[in-house]
Design a protein around this ligand. Structure first.
Ligand code: SF4
Length: 287
């Protein structure tokens, strides 16, 4: 049985960078506390927890002597200021792609223009971006919500980093049709999610079974599972190697593996090792 990895899988650039920044602080023997879970992966959070990393839900919980970490989603300037006042050190692990959206929002606000962000208003990334243009930014999910916006003049339209391109472009075009003056449309979607889906889709047609490694609550891992299932019926979402049922791999010649953007490399390696071991056991049983 051959184990084949998708061309793109696992940690995206922003998550990898955030984990490395936390590890840097740990090496310096700092007491690290992240505002919100650093990533949506139970096993990686447990691993970091073993090194003393803990999570806080409010900036007020940080104390002098501690290092506060801002995760890849970013925060509002008010939250950042509060952390800087309270903590001994702040590690800003906001993904540079998110920082770009924050800067664009802030620039539009300084020019006294509306900024429309296409995304989910409840998502932490969007709450952070809104904080950069509290009076000027409006977050809408799609074009059905344009009717709730004020009269727009020379708006800037940007996107949450993880939304679908079609939703962004359809909504941006619809805004252009109702706004006065010039509508500036800036695509700020990050390609990490789409790249992982495209790579999984390409591999799913060539394998007899597919394993997607990711958290149960991770929406990008669930989406990967849907993409794999379209071409490979025997596709499974697993959290760790312990979730693999060897019975599912009987008569399987090629097995595909991919992982959500929050799944660490060490966990992926363990799954691959386990699959290879099961493959060998099946071969031995046939001899
Ligand atoms: S998905 Fe993209 S924007 Fe989000 S953290 Fe990863 S690299 Fe950054």
């Amino acid at each position: 049985m051959k184990v084949l990895l998708a061309d793109e899988y696992g940690f995206c650039f922003g998550v990898e960078r955030a984990v490395e920044m936390v590890e840097d602080s740990l090496e310096k023997k700092e007491t690290v506390r992240t505002l919100g879970p650093l990533i949506h992966n139970e096993q990686e959070m447990e691993r970091l927890g073993d090194y003393g990393v803990s999570t806080i839900s409010e900036p007020v919980q940080i104390k002098r002597g501690e290092t506060a970490v801002i995760r890849a989603h970013g925060v509002t300037p008010d939250v950042q200021n509060e952390l800087e006042e309270k903590a001994s050190k702040v590690v800003d692990a906001t993904c540079p792609f998110v920082t770009r959206v924050q800067r664009l929002a802030s620039r539009a606000a300084n020019e006294n223009r509306h900024v429309i962000v296409i995304g989910n208003p409840d998502h932490p990334e969007m709450i952070g971006v809104k904080g950069y243009a509290p009076e000027h930014a409006f977050i809408i999910k799609d074009e059905t919500e344009i009717k709730d916006l004020p009269k727009l003049k020379n708006p800037m339209v940007v996107s949450q980093t993880t939304i679908k391109a079609k939703t962004f472009f359809d909504t941006a075009e619809a805004i252009k049709n109702v706004a006065e003056g010039e509508t500036q449309i800036i695509n700020t979607i990050c390609s990490a999610t789409r790249d992982r889906q495209d790579a999984a889709r390409a591999l799913a047609g060539e394998v007899d079974a597919f394993y997607v490694i990711g958290g149960d609550h991770s929406s990008n891992s669930r989406k990967l599972l849907t993409v794999c299932k379209e071409q490979c019926e025997k596709s499974f979402l697993i959290q760790t190697e312990a979730d693999i049922n060897p019975e599912d791999l009987k008569d399987v010649k090629n097995v595909g593996v991919t992982a959500g953007a929050s799944t660490p490399k060490w966990l992926i390696d363990k799954v691959v090792e386990t699959l290879e071991k099961i493959g060998k056991e099946h071969e031995m049983a046939l001899k």
